[in-house]
Design a protein around this ligand. Structure first.
Ligand code: ACO
Length: 434
C-alpha cells in the first residue's frame, strides 16, 4: 500500500547514536512515525502494551476521530450510511471501496443470498454441542469448521478465492448464528430464504417455526439492519487486529474469522452489551442506581458502568447517538415504554451522563448500551447479543483481511517484548533442589 512520506522526520537519539525516522501522512488523522528500522539502527524497540500509540497497518476502509466523534467508512459518514444504506449495500462498500450502482447491488445481493445455505453435513456439528452451550462457542467452532467444507476458496493468493470466501463468510455466519440459537432452545433449524433481505432473513431464521406464519415486522427488521450497519467495521479494534494477525501467518480465512469471533467474545469488547444488560438486572430498580454508580466510580472496586466509555471515543460514540433514536422507535413500536428494565436503563443513562466523574473522563454511552436494549426489546436472548455483533463485524473482518493480503508491505505480525524475568542461571537437577 502506498504511503505519503511527510517532509518531517523525527530524530531519535540515544547516548551513543541517533537515527532519522520518516513520518507518514494519512488522508486524515495524525501522522505516524516509521519505527521499523529502529531495532537495526539503534538496537531499541518501542514499548507499547495495548498498542495504544501504535499504528499496525495502513488502511483505506474506516476512519475514526474519537475526539470529534467521527466515524467514516470509505469516506462516508456512519450517520448517512445508517440512514440511507442497508447492510448489504454497506457490505459491498466495505469490501470493494465504492457504493454499488443499482445493478451491481442486485447482482451482489443475489449472489450473497445464494451463499446463505450451509452444507447439509454442517447440521451434524450442532449435535456435538451441549444444549446449554454459549452460542458464541458454537459460532466460533462452526465458522472455523467451514474451511473443511469449502475447499474451493482457500487459495488465498487468488483474488477470486479471497472474494468467494469473503462472501461465504458474511452469508453463512448469519445462518450459523441463527441455528446456534435454535439449537439452544430445542427448535428445528429454519433454512434461509433467498428472497428476503439480510435482516428479514435473519429474524425469520431466529423466530419462525415450522407451522407458524412468522411475519417480519418492517420496523424491527430496520432496527436490526441498523445495528448491523453500525457494527460492520470499526478500524483496528481488538478483534480486527486479531483477524489481521492470524491472517498475517497465511491461515485460511475461516480460521481468521473464527479467531476474530474469539476476541470479540470478551466483555471489554463485544461482550459489553450482554454485560450491560446483566448489570441492569443487578441494579434492579431506580433506587439501586446511586449505590451502583458509587461502586463504578470507586477506584478500589472492579465494577464498571458497562456500556459506557470507549478506548477511542472520548466524546459521544456517533453510533450510540443513532441507536439511541432507534431504541426509542423500537420501544414505541412494541409498546414497551413501561418495561422496568428499559425504564431503568433510560434513568441510568440520564444520571450517569450528568455525573461529574463520567463527564470529566469523557465516558459516554457506547453503542453497546443501546444495542443490548434494542435486542432485548426484540426478544433476542442476551447470550445472542455478541453473536449478532459477530454477524455484523464479519463484514469488517473479511474486508480488512482482504486488504491485508493485498498489501505488499504486510508482514507476519511478530512483536517483541521487554524481558523482566530471571537472568541466565544454572540448572539444578531435581534431587539436588532443596
Ligand atoms: N465505568 C467507570 N469508570 C470507567 C469506565 C466505566 N465504564 N470506563 C473507564 N473508566 C475510568 C477508569 O477507571 C479510568 O479512571 P481514572 O482515570 O480515575 O483511573 C478512566 O475512566 C480511563 O479508563 P481506561 O480504563 O484507561 O479507559 P480505556 O480506554 O482503557 O477503556 C473501555 C475503555 C475498556 C471500553 C472502558 O471504558 C470500559 O471498560 N467500559 C465498559 C465496558 C464496555 O462498555 N465496553 C464496550 C466498548 S465498545 C465496543 O467494544 C463496541
Amino acid at each position: 500500500m502506498n504511503h505519503n512520506t511527510n517532509k518531517n522526520t523525527v530524530t531519535i537519539e540515544t547516548n551513543s547514536s541517533s537515527m532519522q525516522a520518516p513520518s507518514f501522512q494519512g488522508t486524515m488523522g495524525p501522522d505516524v512515525i516509521d519505527l521499523r528500522s529502529m531495532p537495526q539502527n539503534l538496537g531499541l524497540y518501542s514499548f507499547d502494551p495495548g498498542l495504544i500509540g501504535t499504528a499496525t497497518c495502513s488502511s483505506k476502509i474506516t476512519f475514526i476521530d474519537g475526539e470529534k466523534g467521527i466515524l467514516l467508512h470509505r469516506g462516508y459518514p456512519i450517520e448517512e450510511l445508517a440512514t440511507h444504506a442497508n447492510f448489504t449495500e454497506t457490505a459491498y462498500l466495505l469490501l470493494y471501496g465504492e457504493l454499488p450502482t443499482l445493478e451491481q447491488y442486485h447482482v451482489f445481493k443475489k449472489d450473497m443470498n445464494t451463499h446463505r445455505l450451509l452444507n447439509e453435513q454442517i447440521r451434524n456439528f450442532f449435535n456435538g454441542f451441549r444444549r446449554d452451550a454459549h452460542p458464541m462457542a458454537i459460532l466460533c467452532g462452526t465458522v472455523s469448521a467451514l474451511s473443511a467444507f469449502y475447499h474451493d476458496g482457500l487459495n488465498i493468493s487468488q483474488p477470486e478465492d479471497r472474494d468467494l470466501s469473503a462472501r461465504r463468510l458474511i452469508a453463512k455466519t448469519a445462518t450459523i448464528a441463527a441455528w446456534a440459537y435454535k439449537y439452544s432452545i430445542g427448535e428445528p433449524f429454519i433454512y434461509p430464504d433467498e428472497e428476503m433481505s439480510f435482516s428479514e432473513n435473519f429474524l425469520h431464521m431466529l423466530f419462525a417455526r415450522p407451522g407458524n406464519h412468522y411475519k417480519v415486522n418492517p420496523v424491527l427488521a430496520r432496527a436490526i439492519d441498523r445495528i448491523l450497519v453500525l457494527h460492520a467495521d470499526h478500524e483496528q479494534n481488538a478483534s480486527t487486529t486479531t483477524v489481521r494477525l492470524v491472517g498475517s501467518t497465511g491461515s485460511n480465512p475461516y480460521a481468521c474469522i473464527s479467531a476474530g469471533i474469539a476476541a470479540l467474545w470478551g466483555p471489554a469488547h463485544g461482550g459489553a452489551n450482554e454485560a450491560a444488560l446483566n448489570m441492569l438486572k443487578s441494579i434492579g430498580t431506580r433506587d439501586g442506581i446511586p449505590a451502583f454508580l458509587e461502586k463504578a466510580k470507586d477506584r478500589n472496586s472492579t465494577v464498571r458502568l458497562m456500556g459506557f466509555g470507549h478506548r477511542v471515543y472520548k466524546n459521544f460514540d456517533p453510533r450510540a447517538k443513532i441507536l439511541q433514536e432507534t431504541c426509542r422507535e423500537v420501544i414505541a413500536e412494541l409498546g414497551l415504554e413501561r418495561d422496568p428494565l428499559l425504564d431503568l436503563a433510560m434513568e441510568l443513562e440520564k444520571v450517569a451522563t450528568h455525573d461529574e466523574y463520567f463527564i470529566k473522563r469523557g465516558l459516554y454511552p457506547n453503542v453497546d448500551f443501546y444495542s443490548g436494549l434494542i435486542l432485548k426489546a426484540l426478544g433476542i436472548p442476551e447470550n445472542m447479543f455478541t453473536v449478532l455483533f459477530a454477524v455484523a463485524r464479519t463484514v469488517g473482518w473479511v474486508s480488512q483481511w482482504k486488504e491485508m493480503i493485498e498489501d505488499p508491505t504486510a508482514r507476519i505480525v511478530r512483536p517483541r517484548q521487554l524481558y523482566i524475568g530471571s537472568n541466565r542461571r544454572k540448572f539444578t537437577p531435581i534431587h539436588e533442589r532443596g
